[in-house]
Structure formats: C-alpha cells, structure tokens
Design a protein around this ligand. Structure first.
Ligand SMILES: Nc1ncnc2c1ncn2[C@@H]1O[C@H](COP(=O)(O)OP(=O)(O)O[C@H]2O[C@H](CO)[C@@H](O)[C@H](O)[C@H]2O)[C@@H](O)[C@H]1O
Length: 469
C-alpha cells in the first residue's frame, strides 16, 4: 500500500510538539510492515533541512488570489528517516525559521496543500491513501473531492487524524478565492459557523476520521471548541487509535542525550546519575523527589496552574521536593514560573524555551512527571516517562486515561480527576508517599519500563483502517 502523510511537522525535520513525533515515527513503522509510507511537509529553514541533501523532483507554481508562487518538491536523498521524505519549498511563504505563528499562516498552509496536490495529481499512478494530519492538511479532502483540477484523485481515500481539535485553522470568506475552481454547490462543506474551517471541512469530507486515543474520541462529542455536534454526526466513520512512541528515539538504553544510559535492571543507579547531573546544572537537591513538567505552557496543559501548585506543594512538603519546568508558551505563565525561582532557590528551577536534549534528560533524571492537562488528545510525554522509569502524575483525561493506571488499582501512575490546584497538590502528596516507600517505588519503576507502547500495534491499526473498503 502507498500511503502519503501530509503534515506541517515531522521529527526531526521540524517539531513544535507531539504531531512531529507521530509523523516522524508512524510512517517508519508502516514501512517496516511492508508498505510504502511517505511524508510530505513544508520546507522550513530548520537545521535538518539545511544539513541534508535533497533532489528536486517537481517544479511548478501555485496561484493564491493575484499572487503566483513558484514551488519545488524536494526529496531527501538518503532515506535517513526510514521513509521517503518530501518537502515543499515555496520561497517567501514556507522557508522561514518558525513553523507557525505568522500573520499569513492561512496563505502558507493553503499554498502548501495546493502544491502537494498539484504534484501528486500529475503522477502516473494514484496513491492508496492520503493521510492528512490536523487542520494544516485539512483542506485536502475537500480539494480532492470537489476541485476540478484534482478530479483524478477523487477516488483516493482520505484519512484525517485529529491530534488536537483546539486548533482548527479557520479564516474568513474573503480568502475563498484561494481555492482552485470547485463545484460551488459544495461550498457548505468548507463552512463552520460562518467561517471557512479546515478542520471541520476535513471532518465532513474525509473518508475516515481518527483521533489519537479512544477516550479523546468520546470526549470530543461534548468538548471540541464548537465542533461537538459535527463530531457526533460523523461518529460512524470515526475511530480512536492510540498513538505509539518511537522506541528507537526514546530508549534509555541507547539514548545519546543522557549522561548515563540504563535499562530496567539498572534503573536505580542509572536514574540516580542522570538525576544528579540534572540537579547539578539546575542547582537542585538530588536527595529530594524531583517533579518535572515538560510541554507547551498553555491552558490546555493546565500550565497556568503550575505556579500556584508548586508554591503550595513546596510549602506542604516543608521544602523537601525539587521541581524543574521546561516549556514555553503563554507569556504570563512563563513570567510567573520564572518569578518562582526567586522565592525557592535550590528547590525550584525553570527553563523557558524549547530544548529537545534537556527534555530527554528530564524524562531520565526525574522521579515524577506532572501532566495536569485540561485536554489531552493522547499525550506522548507520559509514555516517554514510563519508558524512562519516571512515574507519571496525570489527570484522568483523553489518552492519559487510556495509558496510565493508578497505583491504587495495582497500576504504575498517580491519577487525579480534575485540573485544579487542590487535585494536583493531593497527587503530589501521594507521589511523595510513594517515593518514601522505597520497595514499592522500585517495583513500579521496573514494571513500567517494561510496558510496550511502541508503534508496532498502532501502525498496524492504521493499515487495517485503510483496508476497510
Ligand atoms: N519546551 C520543550 N522542549 C523540548 N521538548 C518539548 C517542549 N515542549 C514540548 N516538548 C515535546 O513535545 C512533545 C509534546 O507532545 P504531546 O503529545 O504531549 O503534546 P502536544 O500537545 O504537542 O501534541 C498533540 O498531538 C500529540 C500527538 O498526537 C498528542 O499526543 C497530544 O495529546 C496533542 O495535544 C513531546 O515530545 C515533548 O517532549
């Protein structure tokens, strides 16, 4: 089967969050199952793009309104990622250092999707599936179904994977003319609530819709930033497939970013050395349980509550915990988290920014990883934590509910039901009790490191889904 993944992110080419991890791993595992999975994404100015070699496989131009943008499709030469990687290079639009957050993001991703289809439609053969990830690829199902110039692709099944329905990419009808000529009777399939909404359009037009965990699919029916009724209406073609993790990138036995590599048999000494190194850099006490948070500092992750949670938890523990935060996002949260350093030197520290290596070192060096998310479609961090022997402290929601079992239920994590400071503080207290129960703590760590969350299962689940005809 030939599967084309269309995405805005792919690790290690360009990463903002979990979308990149999934698109960097799923195709690799699909190829290992004997299929031809490929990724096509924008050519940003990232290190990976600058340091690797590419061949030009197609050249043309995209028209957006009155502007013409020449574009090139580049193919990575060495198959470095374990699948074919194609980049769409559009000068002036996509070739920037950042991935999102520009005033013309609508134009950028519109042009990207048109370029992708212009390229694919002139192939001599048809791919078996176009697999679109999130709203940046959300106009593809509409375009293949209704744009005249893509008629030859109209029979190619399209799959939409929703990694996060909080972001929908909506824009006004003043940009409708960017769309290549289409059957205007079908314009309603672009619309949601008076806007053109790429995510809603993809939910309507895609052949199948998937979410990144089964619980998230259920939750979207009553919380999806306005798309609840649409998701309920399209439930029949929707499936929840739990993400996996790339066991090769995330393996404490081989991870080159760690100070000391370790396996489940050597978890105690291995984690101790990583913890000491981390605590040295951030001036924390390695004898206290180390709680960490890694992620985007946004409300959906519960990051706005972290300053209050840490303030209270540090007092409640009589200053006998260590805390380290890595993340960036909301300016006010960043500021409040940084301020806390002045109150609790030697106990609390924070790194505002993005740092892949530090994230690995934190999963390895920490005792507990906090994820007090309000919304968590799947969550990968908790699965990385499990693999590195770090106990996840999570809210029971979305994929967190599907992957973490509380120690009270003979599991390996600490769960709480709400995203409130009180709930998280209670959970931290339970975590301290677990830390003090050395025998149980050791047992739990060893056990969770042997859980299998690799992509093998989920990669096959997607293949089974494409196969339903
Ligand atoms: N400052 C920083 N420095 C270094 N690394 C950082 C970082 N901030 C985040 N990361 C990394 O980014 C990734 C975050 O992945 P998540 O799946 O937890 O969340 P995200 O909300 O981005 O993804 C969305 O898509 C994924 C994939 O489907 C879903 O799991 C998730 O629930 C959904 O919200 C992890 O690899 C984490 O280590």
């Amino acid at each position: 089967m030939e599967i084309i993944h269309v995405s805005a992110e792919c690790y290690p080419v360009a990463k903002v969050g979990g979308l990149a991890d999934v698109v960097g791993a799923l195709p690799k595992y699909q190829c290992r199952l004997g299929h031809f999975a490929k990724v096509v994404m924008p050519a940003y100015q990232t290190r990976f793009v600058q340091e690797n070699e590419f061949d030009v496989v197609y050249e043309s131009w995209v028209r957006l309104g009155r502007n013409d943008y020449p574009f090139r499709v580049l193919h990575e030469r060495s198959n470095k990622l374990g699948f074919d990687l194609f980049l769409v290079h559009i000068s002036g639009l996509l070739d920037r250092e950042g991935i999102y957050g520009y005033a013309d993001d609508t134009e950028r991703f519109f042009a990207f999707q048109i370029a992708v289809l212009d390229w694919i439609v002139q192939w001599e053969h048809r791919p078996d599936v176009l697999h679109c990830h999130d709203h940046h690829a959300g106009l593809v199902p509409f375009m293949t179904a209704h744009c005249f110039k893509y008629r030859q692709l109209s029979q190619v099944p399209t799959v939409l994977t929703i990694h996060n329905a909080q972001y929908q990419g909506q824009f006004g009808y003043n940009k409708l003319h960017y769309m290549p000529p289409f059957d205007s009777w079908k314009a309603g399939e672009l619309d949601w609530d008076g806007d053109i909404n790429p995510l809603a359009s993809a939910i309507k037009c895609a052949w199948r819709v998937t979410t990144v965990s089964p619980s998230y699919l259920d939750e979207l029916g009553h919380g999806a930033r306005g798309l609840e009724s649409l998701l309920r209406a399209e439930r029949g073609k929707s499936h929840g497939i739990l993400n996996g993790i790339d066991n090769e990138v995330w393996d404490p036995q081989t991870d080159p970013m760690l100070v000391k590599k370790y396996a489940h048999r050597t978890v105690e000494s291995g984690k101790r050395l990583n913890k000491e190194a981390l605590c040295r850099v951030f001036e924390l006490n390695p004898d206290h349980p180390l709680f960490v948070f890694v992620g985007r500092l946004v409300e959906e992750k519960g990051a706005d509550l972290l300053p209050e949670i840490f303030y209270n938890a540090i007092q409640q523990s009589e200053r006998k915990i260590s805390v380290l935060v890595l993340g960036s996002g909301n300016g006010d949260t960043e500021h409040r988290l940084s301020e806390l350093k002045n109150l609790f030197p030697g106990i609390y520290n924070t790194y505002i920014g993005y740092n892949e290596q530090l994230s690995h070192q934190m999963y390895a060096g920490a005792d507990f990883l906090l994820m007090p998310s309000r919304v968590e479609p799947c969550g990968l961090n908790q699965m990385y934590a499990l693999r590195y022997g770090t106990v996840p402290v999570v809210r029971r929601i979305g994929g967190l509910k599907d992957t973490v079992i509380d120690i009270g239920d003979n599991g390996f994590g600490i769960c709480h039901d709400q995203t409130s400071a009180w709930d998280v503080e209670r959970a931290i207290q339970r975590a301290r009790e677990l830390y003090d129960n050395k025998k149980l703590f050791k047992q739990v760590r060893k056990y969770m490191m042997q859980l299998d969350h690799s992509w093998d299962r989920a990669a096959q689940d997607y293949i089974d889904l494409y196969d339903i005809k």
